[in-house]
Design a binder for this molecule. Sequence first.
Ligand code: PEP
Ligand code: MG
Length: 325
Amino acid sequence: RQQAYLAERDLPFETRDGAPVTIMMNAGLLMDMGHLEDTGAMGVGLYRTELPFMTRPSLPDVATQTLLYQKILKQAGDRPVVFRTLDVGGDKLLPYLGDDGEDNPAMGWRSIRITLDRPAVLRAQVRALLRASAGRDLQLMFPMIADVAEFEQARRVVDAEVAREQSRGGALPSSVCVGTMLEVPALLYQFPVLLRVADFVSVGSNDLLQFLFATDRGNPRVSGRYDPLSVPVLRLLRDVREQCDAAGRPVTVCGEMAGHPLEAMALIGLGYRRLSMAAQGIGPVKQMLRSMDSGIVTNYVRTLIDRDAPNPRRALSAFARDHDI
Ligand code: PEP
Ligand code: MG
């Protein structure tokens, strides 16, 4: 299927009216990195680091992690990679990190909560990321942040590791950017404060919508019940984008919706200019992007929100059809 889009690979990621859009790829295995070439993705907007932790009987040490991150960065070449720190728990269990069978794992001891409670795990990972990024830019972000204090606590770990490497005379990255994922709705109500301390934001719409609608993302009986292309979601995402722009913080959508052409069209209409998606989404999204006019889509999305349109998905599909998108 990728073949079909190969002809367009070297055309720029921009809308018909010339708005450039940064399209990046999500990855979680070294093997995924080859898709940077065949998709033409501009970088990795979300590198999920948990897989190597899940396939081993024990925690990978700093040297093992450093080597792995070096390989990833080598494959990325000049392209940026945004590493997300360990996001286990919930549906991704690590036997050696004490799983005692929770009733509500999606809302339980998972993700940043684990690594804040076991700071040695976060320290080791950050140390490996710093070492692997020596001489280049490091971008890392924390998953499932629910409150600014958690972000600040995790960021202090990064600062301490930078200072430690420095005092040991180790080679450091040329810059370190620390961002947050937006997956927990509570964060929205601390957004201005958060944007003062986080360098960038990445919207994890999979978890954000799960918690927004109180709907288990992995339960097919309910997961299709609410639509990401609905007015509350569009309004929320518009507010997020506006606040990030006002604060001068880059914002990316890296959840699954970014990789679907219709959803991606709506996101561009909401003002997003950075999307990160699974490799197979890139060709179709690029095709959509190059055939849409960002100004017209922006106006249309605004009218849908303003009139609380009952079924934005249907309206957007018809709009795309009428405009040869
Ligand atoms: C998300 O929640 O949208 C996300 C990108 O993270 P994951 O799918 O790994 O939970
Ligand atoms: Mg998530």
